[in-house]
Design a protein around this ligand. Structure first.
Ligand SMILES: NC(=O)c1ccc[n+]([C@@H]2O[C@H](COP(=O)([O-])OP(=O)(O)OC[C@H]3O[C@@H](n4cnc5c(N)ncnc54)[C@H](O)[C@@H]3O)[C@@H](O)[C@H]2O)c1
Length: 448
């Protein structure tokens, strides 16, 4: 059933009864959870993905995305009950669907310009199967104005005009590891259409899956901006936290103690300092503004520069700690704990750990790495794979990701096998007193 422009009651019924068919383009970490949630609400869902192995796996009821609680069960149940299937025939998926949701990677090129080629390619496939009454939703994070300047012209190559079909931007607001909770109601869904009917259709559709409700903004470009601005706020705030933490290092005071006390005031929200900002969102989205608008973006650029400088600053801390005990960094055996950008998440894009591996090697250190999520995969970043039981004569440990396992480390045991007991805590996850009691030289950003 075509739902574009239909009243909320009809849209709710169409979802619950399986009368609406939704094609979700991109069955990755974000697309698969969304597809599974809509199927579980009753809709017929076709996952459309260029990766044949992903398609084959889903059609067997197997979930290829790891670390998402509840997702394997949702996929299995909805495939078994015939509501969820997958295909690599992207045009056929559009022909069969009433709603097409795009949730594919949006990247940067080598010059940090937004690379929307995957979204463009999906839109071309959708255009080939677009019918009047269809409703196209873009969930991938994109630079503001992408829908009006890029997506609509491609969709109109179908011969149909906006108004014959609907278009909305409904930014995905989820984090890996909590996708189901986030999609179904950790935060309200933001929707913005290219016309009133699109906005209302999006509002009705997402209210079938999001218990926190839906916030409709007045325009599609506003909806695009919401998601990008959320990311920019965090980048700038983290840069402020990092800059203030470096000031605290100079002043000889503990940044976390100061921030925690300051944040008891409702106007203060200083984030946590650390060894850098990673992942495919926060370091990427500033360029969705910096490299697409003419207005001044000085603050965004400066925040990027500060955050990009944190891996080298953290290595400086390690080098000066080694110097303090009469050892040098050249020839030192350094063990990096964690290479992913965030604890317990299998994602290494823009991880500061990679910059720190390179920086340590540039300064002459021999770099070992242990990451419980990546295992021997750390090798591809130039580190020697290691684990906590097989280290010997290590001079310094550098914590680069906040994996839960690192909170359980037996520092007494580890210390017995180290040549020098230096720990640099790039994520501020350890208890400094505990380390000092065990005679470690402990350093962290903003913790002199
Ligand atoms: N993962 C996160 O935590 C997160 C958080 C916030 C925002 N996002 C945004 O969500 C979007 C998707 O990210 P993701 O993490 O799900 O990506 P992903 O890399 O996990 O998955 C992308 C999927 O898209 C498929 N794909 C690639 N090209 C395609 C094409 N032409 N047609 C159909 N399918 C295609 C891939 O095969 C893959 O299965 C991005 O815009 C990203 O910025 C992700």
């Amino acid at each position: 059933m075509k739902i574009y422009g239909q009243p909320e009651k009809s849209i709710r019924q169409a979802v619950a009864s399986g009368d609406v068919t939704i094609a979700v383009y991109g069955l990755g970490k974000m697309g698969l959870p969304l597809a599974a949630v809509f199927a579980d609400a009753g809709a017929r869902v076709i996952g459309a993905d260029i990766d044949e192995s992903v398609v084959a796996t889903i059609n067997q009821g197997i979930c290829h995305v790891t670390g998402e609680p509840g997702l394997p069960e949702l996929v299995e149940r909805n495939v078994d009950e015939g509501r969820l299937s997958a295909t690599s025939d992207l045009v056929r998926a559009a022909e069969a669907a009433d709603v097409m949701i795009i949730l594919v990677p949006t990247l940067l090129d080598d010059d940090n310009n937004p690379d929307m080629s995957i979204v463009q390619s999906v839109c071309r496939d959708i255009a080939k199967g677009l019918d009047p009454g269809d409703f196209v939703i873009q969930e991938s994070t994109v630079p503001p104005r992408t829908t009006r300047d890029m997506i609509i012209p491609i969709l109109e190559e179908s011969g149909h005009k906006v108004g014959d079909f609907g278009v909305a931007h409904c930014p995905e607001r989820t984090a890996s590891g909590r996708a189901i909770i986030d999609i179904t109601g950790a935060y309200p869904k933001i929707v913005g259409g290219v016309d009133g009917a699109s906005t209302e259709t999006a509002r009705s559709l997402y209210s079938t899956i999001n218990k926190k409700g839906v916030i409709a903004v007045s325009d599609v470009t506003a909806a695009e901006s919401v998601k990008v601005f959320e990311g920019l706020y965090r980048d700038v705030n983290i840069a402020l936290a990092n800059e203030l933490a470096m000031v605290c290092d100079e002043l000889g005071i503990d940044a976390r103690e100061v921030f925690d006390a300051a944040n008891t005031q409702p106007y203060s929200h200083i984030h946590a300092p650390g060894c850098g900002v990673g992942g495919h969102c926060i370091p990427v989205y500033p360029y969705f503004i910096i490299n697409t608008v003419e207005s001044s973006t000085d603050m965004l650029r400066l925040a990027r520069r500060i955050n990009d400088g944190m891996p080298a600053y953290t290595v400086d801390l390690l080098e000066s700690a080694l110097r303090e005990i009469g050892a040098g960094i050249s020839g030192a055996r350094v063990l990096l704990l964690g290479v992913t950008y965030r604890g317990d998440v299998n994602e290494t894009r823009f991880s500061p750990a990679i910059d720190m591996i390179n920086e340590l090697k540039r300064r002459g250190a021999e770099v070992f790495a242990y990451d419980p999520v990546l295992g021997s995969g750390v090798q591809r970043f130039g580190a020697i794979p290691s684990d906590l039981n097989s280290i010997d004569s290590i001079d310094a440990i550098l914590i680069a990701s906040d994996h839960a396992e690192f909170k359980e480390i037996d520092w007494d045991l580890l210390g017995r096998r180290m040549r020098h007991k230096v720990v640099v805590d790039g994520r501020g996850v350890l208890d400094p007193e505990e380390l000092r009691l065990r005679r470690y030289l402990y350093r962290a950003v903003g913790r002199p």
